[in-house]
Design a protein around this ligand. Structure first.
Ligand code: EPZ
Length: 416
């Protein structure tokens, strides 16, 4: 199995261009199912998750043309199947996002139950609650969820939890429903704003995306558009933490600083210098860094997708840090791997207590999910000796050419 090998000790120095956001491009590609026109999507990151979601769309009849490494043309005017098979949904939970658009276009959707994953059970009850509120009948059989709705009507839906996926699925379904749908306690992530902008550019009528109340006025059909994906705030944050842990300095291009407020605030609290420069960020870590406490929350709170990367950083700064994970119930798998590198971490329920120490040492470790994988690369960059990271298919799901990008700023890193 392929591994990533990191020889620690090099300070990162240079410029990295951040790719388009994984968690924006996936719902945007899915939302092209709503259109009977031609959609061109630009700044698409090269990820295995993008390949998977394109396979799912192909399965239902979408025509997808790769224009270049970062541009896709998608035409869904002839989608003819309403089923997303176990093969794809089990590979990637975000496949369940096709449910809403299939329901809206074909009146029926059949999706394999999404398995749990390393970071938690991740049910889709809130998605289904939204579909039922709009008139769909739901049944579960043979491991599949089957939703049918001869007619979808707008509804007022309160989300018990501001689920990103549920908000996205309901926005997409409501876009072609009869009447107005209002989502209350909606998720506010920037990727949801990008999705709404994409649908509105096809003729949709969505207001309030990025706030707790989203209003969707259904339209009869959606047309063609060209859309550029927003930059990946989590990829950017991962590189910022890597600069911090190596005591280096990086210029990140293609960044929307506004999407990174909690991450920037935390890094400044730790002692990192950060400056906004045009549509980029300059990061320098030349001062001694100190321990901080972190609590993950739905946006605009501190992102759960940055928790693992910060844990790596906090293992080597002086002092005791407490990281509390409130979004997923099992997102500390990377702690065990960091311990193999010498980290002092104690898990107490939803919190991890990290005793900062001087140095990590390189070891054989394995990625349990894509952000844990990034965290292990980050730890390896600062560790004494060589770190070998296995299960790197997790990393390739969500990071576009991460080894090349790190190597371009001086890291001693390779794939083998
Ligand atoms: C999205 O996942 C992201 N994935 C995740 O990023 C991210 O961690 C997460 O949002 C939170 O920000 C994509 O956008 C493709 P949720 P999603 O629905 O939509 C519970 C990464 O590393 N919940 O907001 O699955 C759920 O169990 C990935 O890039 C229900 O209980 O997240 C979880 O505890 C990891 N019922 C919490 O809500 C539901 O119906 C957050 O889930 C739906 C969710």
């Amino acid at each position: 199995m392929e591994k990533i090998i990191v020889q620690g000790g090099k300070q990162l120095k240079g410029t990295i261009t951040v790719s388009g956001a994984k968690n924006a491009v996936l719902p945007v590609i899915v939302a092209s199912l709503l259109s009977d026109g031609a959609c061109r999507i630009q700044d698409v990151p090269r990820l295995t998750d993008v390949e998977t979601i394109c396979d799912v769309l192909g399965e239902v009849g979408a025509k997808i043309k790769i224009i270049d490494a970062h541009t896709l043309d998608i035409n869904c005017n002839k989608i003819n199947k309403f089923e997303a098979s176990y093969e794809y949904v089990s590979k990637m939970r975000a496949s369940n996002l096709v449910m809403g658009p299939l329901l809206a276009r074909l009146g029926k959707a059949k999706i394999s139950m999404p398995g749990g994953c390393a970071i938690g059970t991740r049910p889709i009850d809130l998605h289904l609650k939204g579909f039922e509120a709009m008139g769909a009948r739901i049944k579960l059989e043979h491991g599949y969820i089957i939703a049918e709705a001869p007619r979808l009507t707008g509804a007022r839906i309160y989300l018990d939890y501001p689920s990103v996926g549920a908000t996205e699925n309901i926005i997409m379904t409501g876009s072609l429903a009869h009447g107005v749908t209002v989502i209350e306690n909606a998720a506010e992530e920037p990727e949801i704003v990008d999705l709404a902008n994409f649908i509105n550019s096809m003729g949709g009528r969505i207001k309030g995306a990025g706030t707790k109340i989203v209003k969707i006025e259904g339209v009869k059909n959606l047309g063609s558009t060209t859309h550029t994906i927003i930059p990946d705030r989590i990829e950017a944050g991962s590189f910022m933490v890597a600069a911090a842990i190596t005591g280096g300095e990086l210029m990140l291009e293609n960044v929307i600083a506004d999407h990174l407020k909690p991450v920037i605030a935390k890094l400044i609290e730790i002692g990192v210098e950060i400056e906004e420069v045009g549509n980029g960020l300059y990061i320098r870590a030349s001062n001694p860094l100190k321990a901080v406490d972190i609590k993950t929350l739905p946006y605009p709170g501190f992102p759960t997708d940055m928790q693992a990367q910060f844990m790596s950083l906090l293992t080597v700064v002086q002092g005791t840090s407490v990281l509390t994970e409130t979004v997923f119930e099992n997102r500390f798998m990377h702690a065990e791997e960091l311990r193999r590198m010498g980290a002092d971490i104690k898990i107490e329920g939803r919190s991890a207590v990290v005793e900062g120490m001087n140095r990590l040492t390189g070891a054989l470790v394995r990625a349990s999910d894509l952000r844990a994988g990034a965290a292990l690369i980050i730890a390896g960059l600062a560790a004494e000796g060589v770190t070998e990271i296995g299960n790197i298919y997790h990393i390739d799901r969500g990071y576009d050419r991460i080894v090349d990008k790190f190597r371009s700023v001086g890291a001693n890193i390779s794939r083998s």
